[in-house]
Design a protein around this ligand. Structure first.
Ligand code: ATP
Length: 244
């Protein structure tokens, strides 16, 4: 497809006898927010780990702008332009908000700390709504502010594609709304996003398209409204707890 930013083609990953991701394919378009959804244990996080290079593929290919990134180690995938957040926060508690954001840039090859990098990090803090807390020590931040910072750090990698793994999990109703706005803003600034998310209101309001997984396989793809009323998807979710 012309204009595809990422192409995931027939990827597979087994853990012993358990096929966690089974022949999954999808494309990501520039400027798109794609939801990767499905019941617990359906293979979403494993798919994200395959894209980010944290796990090696058993089979299949992943391309970024037509260039293979599958087979590369996670740091190389990140340098090519795929950044991620984690289900568990990975911040350096003793450092300030700004220092943590700069660390995201400083880990890129050929970069050293400089004024331009600090200025850029401040821009990312602005995007995620943390500009006024640049000098605060991370250990003093609230949970949502820590999540915002983790996002700023991912943005500091200047990704073409951002992988969000349940980034909205654990937020209260007000925080959820501001979290949704932050994700929308990042997309509007030109980063394509793949988000694994259980919060259906967020999926509805943010995603242009969803890929639905069940037991490792892709079972549906389409707009949130279309896939969430698809009988196969409804059946896959039966027995799952409902989320807001
Ligand atoms: N490192 C691993 N070793 C062995 N099995 C694993 C490993 N990671 C995941 N699995 C198994 O692979 C399957 C898919 O797990 P995965 O975490 O990708 O699902 P998920 O859709 O992200 O689930 P959730 O919504 O609960 O986060 C599960 O059965 C899980 O137990």
């Amino acid at each position: 497809m012309t204009g595809t930013i990422m192409r995931v083609n027939g990827i597979r990953k087994a853990f012993g006898g358990l096929v966690a991701v089974d022949d999954v394919s999808f494309d990501l378009m520039p400027g798109e927010i794609m939801g990767l959804i499905g019941p617990n244990g359906s293979g979403k996080t494993t798919t994200m780990n395959l894209i980010s290079g944290a796990f090696a593929l058993d089979r299949g290919t992943i391309e970024l702008h037509g260039e293979p990134i599958s087979g590369l180690p996670a740091n190389k995938v990140a340098h090519k332009g795929v950044a991620r957040t984690f289900q568990l926060l990975r911040l350096i508690e003793e450092m300030t908000v700004l220092e943590n954001a700069v660390v995201g840039m400083a880990f890129q090859p050929g970069r050293s700390w400089n004024a331009a990098m600090i200025a850029r990090s401040r821009e990312y803090l602005e995007v995620v709504g943390l500009a006024d807390k640049a000098g605060v020590e991370v250990s003093k931040l609230t949970y949502i502010d820590q999540k915002r910072l983790e996002l700023a750090r991912a943005l500091a990698m200047e990704p073409k594609v951002l992988l969000l793994d349940e980034w909205l999990a654990g937020l209260n109703a007000t925080e959820l709304l501001s979290g949704i706005e932050v994700i929308r803003k990042i997309r509007d600034l030109g980063t394509a996003i793949i988000m694994v998310e259980h919060v259906m209101s967020a999926i509805h309001s943010l995603c242009d398209r969803c890929v639905v997984m069940n037991a490792g396989a892709k079972i549906a793809e389409g707009t949130p409204a279309a896939v969430l009323t698809d009988p196969h998807v409804v059946e896959a979710y039966l027995g799952e707890p409902h989320h807001a």
